[in-house]
Design a protein around this ligand. Structure first.
Ligand code: 5GP
Length: 187
């Protein structure tokens, strides 16, 4: 039987180093029916990241061709790299009644909130800026220069939290994931 109910869009933003990756993995483990949108990016893969699973890793030229062909639902530049949400899979999932999580930064999130007023927006904040810096340094994947850029961007992004319908503090991954599930389950 064809599912006539459309799926929902959930937009989740969090400054880099907030621990959103771990929270999202927990959400998908607890609600395997949720679909996580795989973005395209021009940044280099980190160790362990796979093309088509974590991101579609593409060149700037490819990304700009995709923009020109109108293939993105939204896209933005972040710390000198492009990131974008491909249109097709999210449309297909939503039409099919499946709910989709978009894990994107604030500029992209603002675009989605304007285009999709029914999207549910969630902002995850770190317990403190000191903790955020500690986590970013602990990850050890960025040069000092990129790290300072990410930290500066994180401070700017925190100012956007009031634009989101829900703000969740990541003081504990399981607790934060459960709070988000509560938001998802209550519409
Ligand atoms: P990272 O390089 O740490 O994987 O991601 C950097 C930032 O880009 C994060 O805030 C992440 O949420 C955001 N991001 C990932 N994919 C997309 C996307 O498709 N669109 C936008 N606007 N931001 C994205």
């Amino acid at each position: 039987m064809k599912n006539t109910d459309k799926g929902k869009l959930y937009v989740i933003s969090a400054p880099s180093g907030t621990g959103k990756g771990t929270i999202i993995a927990k959400l998908l483990e607890l609600r395997p029916e949720l679909r996580l949108s795989v973005s395209a990016t021009t940044r280099d893969p980190r160790e362990g990241e796979e093309h088509g699973i974590n991101y579609y890793f593409v060149t700037r030229e490819d990304f700009e061709d995709m923009i020109a062909r109108g293939e993105f639902h939204e896209y933005a530049e972040y710390v000198g790299e492009y990131y974008g949400t491909p249109k097709k899979p999210i449309h297909e999932h939503v039409e099919n009644g499946e709910s989709v999580l978009l894990e994107i930064e604030t500029q992209g999130a603002m675009q989605v909130m304007m285009m999709n007023p029914d999207a549910v927006s969630i902002f995850i904040v770190p317990p403190s800026l000191e903790e955020l810096e500690r986590r970013l340094r602990g990850r050890g994947t960025d040069s000092e220069d990129k790290l300072l850029h990410r930290l500066e961007r994180a401070r700017l992004e925190l100012d956007y939290q009031d634009e989101y319908a829900h703000v969740v503090v990541n003081d504990d991954v399981t607790r934060a994931a459960e709070e988000i599930l509560g938001i998802i389950d209550n519409g």
